[in-house]
Design a protein around this ligand. Structure first.
Ligand SMILES: NC(=O)c1ccc[n+]([C@@H]2O[C@H](COP(=O)([O-])OP(=O)(O)OC[C@H]3O[C@@H](n4cnc5c(N)ncnc54)[C@H](OP(=O)(O)O)[C@@H]3O)[C@@H](O)[C@H]2O)c1
Length: 281
């Protein structure tokens, strides 16, 4: 088992590929899986799980679409039971701060008898550059029902570093690492920072939550995603996650990455490049 690969569930997810890349750079054997890999792993098809999981020694687990959805707890319970049966030694779960559903899934992991870690994260900075908010940034207007909620967004490169530390340093096992960025910001402040760094105008516009959800439904978003967005913007974004936490420092002995450093990196990468728009004077 010691020489078996480390399983990464969510090979193409925002943290998953980064974790796999880091482990490979350390010379460790990995098996990244998702619906498009061989063997495949589909959270909605348990028949795919055994072949993906067998003969692995530990796992980094990202649930799709989000650990907060009602189906997540049972899925994680079933995953953990199979991990015990297959003889995995250690499970590291990516979780979300302030989400009751995610907390129930975490408990399934903590009670399973295997070594565990939980990396409990604030909202990802990369939602602005690698996820559903990119379109708004590139289009010059981010429309969300987030109000003046402040969030200490976390850099997913920090999350990947913490997950890799948990996977590779036995002295860190059986601990929760709560990870955030160093300062809480409103969505309007984030957008202003992006606008300043990119040199093109982007504004934040507040929209009523029901109109936002209706818009996503009209674009064909699946029901679990609609449920999730409603839960996030009506329950989770009530200020409960506003205080920055120290999990990056605890696991890595260095401070968490600031939003401005993330923005500078994305600008350099070209991910927010767009053509034909006037520059801010
Ligand atoms: N986004 C945030 O701000 C945030 C904050 C805290 C915690 N989290 C946690 O992060 C997790 C989501 O991570 P993420 O945002 O990095 O994910 P993501 O980037 O949205 O993951 C996308 C990948 O998931 C795979 N996938 C889609 N459906 C799947 C299924 N049914 N079974 C297996 N794989 C599937 C897809 O690859 P294939 O097409 O190859 O299957 C896709 O490339 C959630 O568990 C959430 O609780 C997120």
């Amino acid at each position: 088992m010691k020489d078996s690969p480390i399983l990464i569930v969510g090979k193409n997810a925002k943290t998953g590929w980064r974790v796999e890349q880091r482990l490979k750079e350390m010379g460790l054997d990995t098996r990244g899986v998702s619906r498009s890999t061989s063997p495949a792993f589909d959270w909605e098809d348990q028949d795919t799980w055994r072949a993906a999981m067998e003969n692995t020694r530990s796992a980094y687990i990202t649930f799709h679409p989000d650990l907060a959805i009602p189906a997540a707890e049972q899925a994680i319970r079933d995953f953990v039971a199979l991990a015990v049966e297959l003889g995995l030694e250690h499970l590291v779960l990516l979780s979300g701060r302030g989400e009751d559903g995610a907390r129930r899934a975490e408990i399934a992991l903590q009670e399973c008898g295997l070594d565990w870690n939980i990396v409990r994260a604030n909202w990802f900075m990369q939602n602005f550059s690698e996820s559903f908010m990119v379109e708004g940034i590139l289009g010059g207007e981010l429309r969300l029902p987030a109000g003046d909620t402040v969030e200490p967004f976390v850099d997913v490169d920090d999350i990947a570093d913490v997950a890799v530390a948990a996977l590779t340093r036995p002295e860190l096992r059986n601990r929760v690492f709560e990870v955030s960025g160093p300062r809480a910001m409103t969505f309007a402040q984030c957008v202003a920072a992006i606008s300043k760094a990119t040199g093109y105008p982007v504004k934040y516009t507040q929209v009523p939550v029901e109109r936002f959800i209706d818009g996503m439904r009209d674009e064909g978003a699946p029901e679990p995603l609609l449920w999730l967005m409603h839960e996030l913007f009506t329950v989770v974004f009530d200020g409960r996650n506003a205080i920055p936490v120290s999990g990056v420092q605890e696991a890595l002995g260095r401070p968490a990455t600031d939003f401005d450093a993330y923005v500078a990196r994305v600008v350099k990468s070209g991910a927010w490049d767009r053509q034909g728009l006037r520059e801010i004077s």
